[in-house]
Design a protein around this ligand. Sequence first.
Ligand SMILES: Nc1ncnc2c1ncn2[C@@H]1O[C@H](COP(=O)(O)OP(=O)(O)OP(=O)(O)O)[C@@H](O)[C@H]1O
Ligand SMILES: [Mg+2]
Length: 377
Amino acid sequence: MNQKNFGLDSLIATWDSDPANLSVNVEHLNHYYGEGEMRKQVLFDNCLKIRRGEIVIMTGPSGSGKTTLLTLIGTLRRVQEGSLKVIGQELNGISAANTTELRKQIGFIFQAHNLFESLTAFQNVKMSTELLGIGDAESRLSIETTLQRLGLGHRIHYKPKSLSGGQKQRVAIARGIIHEPKLILADEPTAALDAESGREVVTIFQELARNQDCTIIIVTHDNRILDVADRIVSMVDGNIRSNVLVQRNAMMCQVLNQFPIFRSMTPQAISQVADKMDMRRFSPNSEIIRQGEMGAEFFVIGKGEVDIEVDSKKINSLSEGAFFGEVSLIKQQPRNATVRARDEVVCFVLSKDEFQSVIDSSTPFEEELRKAIFSRQ
Ligand SMILES: Nc1ncnc2c1ncn2[C@@H]1O[C@H](COP(=O)(O)OP(=O)(O)OP(=O)(O)O)[C@@H](O)[C@H]1O
Ligand SMILES: [Mg+2]
């Protein structure tokens, strides 16, 4: 079968949950405003893992808790309940000294009107380096380079009132990135900008993510910039309702498109399947499913080869793009064979319920399955 590597390694890497590669790890986070009778819960049991270098767009209705979550991540608010780790540091119970250290690695970008009107572009950025305790000579050089890089070389000594909306926002960005933070938090960074300036801003974010492995979280209502996101998180009523790895979904669709069983499905249907798929690795010789057990999952082989064994005798083998596990799910019977990884195997997996929902919604998928089951009997 097809031995091409479809960017499969990049796809598999999106499941990497090694804590060392996590930039933000939110676990069961609650938050309340007010005291006593007035105490009101605004964040409810939120969990979110963001890997280093990801660009995350956070959306949701006004009042849904986006800024609250962003300011908690940025150490601008104290964590009350749950766990929140930022660049490996737990924020629940963090000391003041550690907070100061951590803030040096975080860049904040809010709307341009946060600039000081009486200070020039250069001085506005310089304020930030002074607060972080970066040396004078050192900071002069990097401020100029950063402003130049952002296309403001000829506006270094202008005050905000002589700058356009887009230029002001770029000064705000310069201020947020001057110290080369590992994490950038931006709240509505393009809200006040026209389409072109908004695009410039997100292009700068993309370069930072790509070139400096910087993680960027952008809160926005601006649909025009959704395409830069690796992940889109939507909040409703203090809760993360959906958390979609857009980039993973796109790669997964590409991979699934190469596999015969998905070929006749519509792109939309494939995308829905892609969204539901989980990834599982198996070491050589391990059992993936066992004959006689009730099936709970459907498998598509992404990488490697498996042996099919009936009554401990090998009857067949399957490789990339092949699938197994469907018979038991469709017929509600125990597994009719054992499937064993021959080498390092990576499978994409649908749970029983998700598998059923795909069958219900896609006739081509169901037809392909029935054909396959028939031919295997
Ligand atoms: N300092 C505060 N004191 C009391 N309640 C607050 C405070 N800040 C926010 N809230 C409340 O917490 C909830 C979440 O607010 P938050 O600012 O996080 O929402 P948001 O999603 O950022 O909204 P928007 O899109 O309008 O910026 C809202 O009900 C808001 O009224
Ligand atoms: Mg807000």
